[in-house]
Design a protein. Structure first.
Length: 131
């Protein structure tokens, strides 16, 4: 499996997990000039922007560690671009930034070992977006 296929499979697993927990997926792989939002989901009046980070089980860093301030800034800018162009009902919802840290192995096929989900993993308080 190549990197893109692994990423897609991990995102599929996160989406399935979110659906089981009552989330509604409204978009996947939403591209903006600033970057991509992996998953956009709704639950309990919240609009959740989910960054999926997949790591091999032997990785030295976790997925949550990989979301540095530059990545957070791009996610927030992408969110602003989404909200500027989406249906009005989504603009009225409280946004939340989540991270899904997926640990996997690959032998003959991909095997998801663990999904750690961090709801409200970061906010906009320490990120300057230039707007």
């Amino acid at each position: 499996m190549n990197k893109r296929e692994i990423g897609q499979a991990c995102e599929n697993s996160v989406c399935n997990s979110l659906k089981k927990r009552g989330y509604t997926i409204i978009s996947r792989n939403y591209f903006t000039p600033y970057g991509e939002i992996d998953i956009i989901a709704l639950k309990n009046g919240l609009i959740c922007f989910v960054e999926v980070k997949a790591r091999h089980e032997n990785s030295l860093t976790s997925g949550i560690e990989a979301v540095n301030s530059q990545k957070k800034q791009r996610i927030i800018q992408s969110t602003e671009a989404f909200l500027a162009n989406c249906d009005e009902k989504y603009r009225q919802m409280q946004p939340r930034y989540d991270i899904a840290d997926v640990v996997f192995t690959v032998s003959k096929s991909l095997r998801i070992k663990r999904i750690s989900y961090y709801a409200n993993a970061f906010d906009t308080s320490d990120i300057y977006t230039g707007f």
